[in-house]
Design a binder for this molecule. Sequence first.
Ligand code: GLA
Length: 405
Amino acid sequence: MGNFFLFIQLFTLIKLSIMQQKIRTKFKELFNTEGSLYTSPGRINLIGEHTDYNGGFVFPGAVDKGMIAEIKPNGTGKVRAFSIDLNDYAEFGLTEEDAPSASWARYIFGVCREIIKRGGNIQGFDTVFAGDVPLGAGMSSSAALESTYAFALNDLFSLNIDKFELAKIGQATEHNYCGVNCGIMDQFASVFGKAGSLIRLDCRSLEYKYYPFNPVGYKLVLLDSVVKHELASSAYNKRRKSCENVVAAIRRNHPKVEFLRDATMEMLNEVKADVSAEDYMRAEYVIEEIQRVLDVCAALEKGDYETVGEKMYGTHQGMSKLYEVSCEELDFLNDIAKECGVTGSRVMGGGFGGLLWGSAGITVPWECYQQYGDTILLSEHYDAMKRYISYILDKTIDPKTNILL
Ligand code: GLA
């Protein structure tokens, strides 16, 4: 088994250096010079979905897949950017009116604008980037991109922005330039990720604690359903609005309630007649999910992975039936997982039902892994899925600067 992981690690390093090489070659070809390399990781989340913007807890970790960018200031007021994965070039200035139309370029533009709004003095730069976080699959490729540029600009222009603010710059980019009213989880995990650990994050206070995660005898497996939903951002924003509607109703009797994190099922039931049936279901899921994260933390402290797995199934059920952000394919994967005795399984990331950008995060005891893999291999859905064995961020990234070592 050890050899197998050495092989995967070696494979990842080779892949990384091939990616770097591609970036370097393209950068030289386009700009005839050499810049610095920066990188940031994507993330997984053990439990706690849609709890971040409700002031609750999440439990993410950075992974060995990320974005890499080569960057060099060009002494002008313009950014010239090339995306290797999309084979697309964009050029834009740094004022609000210069917003590029390509959505990938808006992430870079947004990071620049958010830095400028905070008083950061930056100038134009040339850049080429690529990544191996599956795009739109619930592993936060966009947060990885935002963190990469936030780190890079902070370093190149000596801005001294702290890591909390770097994460907030990424989140504000999503809000103000990409149309997603997301929480802080993805950017926080990408900026604060640490090798071998998950992070329990209180999304209200931003207090966090690293939990070393090495479940001996179990393995985390991610399955990309490759089902994507074009309208994911509006569906996401709609879920967030439902939560806010319920908070507004509860506050009439309980003015101290700031987020659903402060609410109980009793409070929710008090306003059942005042909110829509849909908003009620959304809030019910969130209140239960916030408790599940705390239960998982307690279970992990005792090494009780059976309880962790049980809670993961609870999350899937809630995301599928109450929050309605799963889809047929993910429900199918989840059912097989259960049948094969997988310890826990659930849709990971934002989801989006019927219609999804998502992966399933699964904790598997080794003896079940083979059976689960075989069952999926034999299933008619297999062609539509990719199987990843993911492990937590290794040491190819300097945790202080996020600069590739
Ligand atoms: C997306 C958002 C996060 C979080 C998750 C769901 O990844 O960017 O802020 O809300 O969905 O947990």
